[in-house]
Design a protein around this ligand. Structure first.
Ligand code: HEM
Length: 148
């Protein structure tokens, strides 16, 4: 294949994961078990308790839609994760390590290893972009006259 072929091709679109047993019902169980563990965590539990004060069900349904969109490409989630996280106070980069390790543990316990790998890789990628949005700021322009 020539270079021009590579240059002209559109970015490869991710295909839905097709694996027996990985459907919306399974994704809902994974999401519920993940947040059950998150809520028990000493560090993340209080953050979520502060933010989700009422019924958890809408959050769990939203997160099931989100994961179905990410893994099964259902387009069921239409929200915007970045603003939802930017507004959170007191969340640090190392909290994402905790989040990811609980997520990986849950996926490992609930799915077969290949499917768990797909969930975890996507979670890591999204966590990376959320962290960039939350914690990476370009240094402020130095004060003083704008160079001609
Ligand atoms: C330490 C890390 C994280 C914390 C503390 C955190 C916390 C939260 C909180 C408090 C909400 C708002 C819940 C609500 O009001 O409905 C939320 C929403 C959400 N989170 Fe996270 N989150 C973290 C990491 C992640 C990661 C890594 C992902 C994806 C892989 C993710 C995906 C989402 C999505 C999709 C929403 C729904 C946003 C919306 O449409 O409203 N979060 N998160």
């Amino acid at each position: 294949m020539g270079l021009s072929r590579i240059a002209n091709s559109a970015p490869m679109e991710e295909r839905p994961l097709e694996r027996e047993g990985v459907d919306r019902a399974f994704t809902g169980r994974l999401v519920r078990e993940f947040y059950r563990r998150v809520r028990q965590d000493d560090r993340l539990g209080p953050i979520f308790a502060r933010e989700i004060t009422g019924d958890w069900e809408p959050h769990l349904e939203k997160m099931t839609d989100f994961w179905c969109s990410v893994i099964l490409k259902t387009r069921s989630y239409q929200g915007r994760p970045v603003p939802a996280h930017i507004k959170l106070e007191g969340v640090t980069e190392s909290d994402f390590d905790i989040w990811l390790s609980i997520f990986a543990g849950t996926a490992k316990d609930l799915c077969d290893p290949d499917a768990a790998k797909v969930f975890v890789e996507r979670a890591e990628r999204i966590a990376q972009s959320l962290k960039l949005a939350m914690f990476f700021r370009l240094p402020a322009a130095t004060s003083g006259p704008v160079p001609a």
